[in-house]
Design a protein around this ligand. Structure first.
Ligand code: M6R
Length: 357
């Protein structure tokens, strides 16, 4: 039930700190260490390459998940869009492991791939919010999101839950391989939950950013480098599906290879700057677009902020920034849709689960 909330989307955005704490609890053993079924960890360790298969927001979570698994557990990962994978099968190694990410567990495009890889005799894990869903039943193993029902068409809490489960999977796998990570993930995820709470209390500011940048525009761009690029893709999807503003996410460095031609006087460009190693690079990109008339909205992280930034995120572990940087983008999209009188929870032409290929 929506309770006092005007929309499910807003309620689900606000539930994210709670979901984060629930995930930590559900994946903790009696000693407080993160844990995952040994069979799943064995499957991870047996694999010579991991294939993440998903659609929409879940695909965007997969892009971030690849970084978690490669950086922490040192297993190579490829991320594929479900609807492309079936007829565009890459050359597979000897022992691939498939991870399907699906909030609903019912996405037909993803299921088609699952059926195919099972026929080929490969192992599959499904990361889903729905126990007993088709993708959960048909895979060898399931990891649950524990996010509670997600009703709004625009996925919000499922995305951050997917990231949390992926990083836990990466950590537990890494530890099983004897790797020293130099990071206490339970502690860091606790910091994430607190930061999420702070952000959910900054609605007024984010509403006024949405009003300032997105009330009248036809289009908007999201730019970032590294992890910020992937979050930008998710921000653009959120904005386009509920506000009908034509929105695209780009890698900052790719702008000058074409997209910058679209920048006109007043075009909103939302730039994410949460990664120290590329901070100078993304700020250079902001200058390039601003010099061509773009109206730049810079979302940075504490410690990396510069004068004139539009919004500053609380400081969290650099690898985990996508778990919080997406929240202002979710809220900005929500308010942009609201200001434009759109049906936030049920955008046109879209269904919550896409059960046809
Ligand atoms: O249930 P799934 O995670 O498999 O759904 C995948 C996409 O259909 C879904 O993420 C879609 O892109 C959302 N509307 C995004 O907000």
């Amino acid at each position: 039930e929506k309770g006092t909330y005007p929309h499910y989307m807003l309620k689900e955005i606000d539930e994210q700190p709670l979901v984060m704490r629930k995930i930590i609890q559900n994946y903790q053993d009696d000693q407080g260490n993160l844990t995952i079924d040994q069979e799943i960890i064995d499957a991870m360790n047996d694999a010579d390459r991991i294939y993440i298969i998903a659609a929409g927001t879940s695909y965007h979570a997969g892009l971030v998940g690849k970084q978690f698994i490669e950086k922490m557990a040192k297993i190579p990962v490829e991320v594929h869009i479900s609807s492309e994978f079936g007829y565009n099968l890459p050359l597979l190694p000897e022992k691939p492991l498939f991870i399907f990410i699906s909030q609903s567990g019912e996405t037909a495009d993803s299921r088609a791939v699952l059926v195919k890889v099972k026929e080929m005799g490969y192992k599959a894990i499904t990361i889903t919010n729905v126990l007993g869903s088709t993708l959960s039943r048909e895979a060898d193993y399931t990891l649950l999101l524990h996010a509670g029902p997600e009703i709004a068409v625009a996925s919000t809490k499922a995305y951050t839950a997917q990231l949390a489960v992926l990083v836990i999977l990466a950590e537990v796998t890494a530890k099983s391989r004897g790797m020293k990570l130099g990071l206490d993930l339970v502690h860091e995820l606790g910091i994430i939950a607190n930061a999420m709470e702070v952000l959910c209390n900054e609605k007024e500011e984010l509403e006024s950013i949405a009003r300032e940048f997105l009330t009248v525009t036809r289009n908007a761009f999201f730019i970032g480098r590294g992890l910020d690029f992937y979050v930008g893709l998710e921000g653009a999807l959120k904005l386009k599906e509920i506000s009908y503003i034509q929105a695209e996410g780009f890698a900052g460095g790719e702008l000058k290879h074409g997209t910058i031609a679209l920048i006109e006087e007043g075009t909103p460009v939302i730039a994410l700057a949460t990664q120290e190693s590329v901070n100078l690079g993304i700020r250079g990109n902001v200058q390039e677009v601003a010099a061509r008339g773009a109206y730049a909205c810079i979302i940075s992280m504490k410690g990396l902020e510069a004068e004139g930034d539009t919004f500053v995120l609380p400081e969290v572990h650099e690898l985990l920034t996508p778990l919080i940087s997406v929240i202002p983008l979710q809220l900005i999209s929500y308010y942009a849709a609201l200001h434009r009188d759109c049906d936030v929870d049920k955008p046109r032409n879209l269904a919550k689960s896409v059960t046809v290929e």
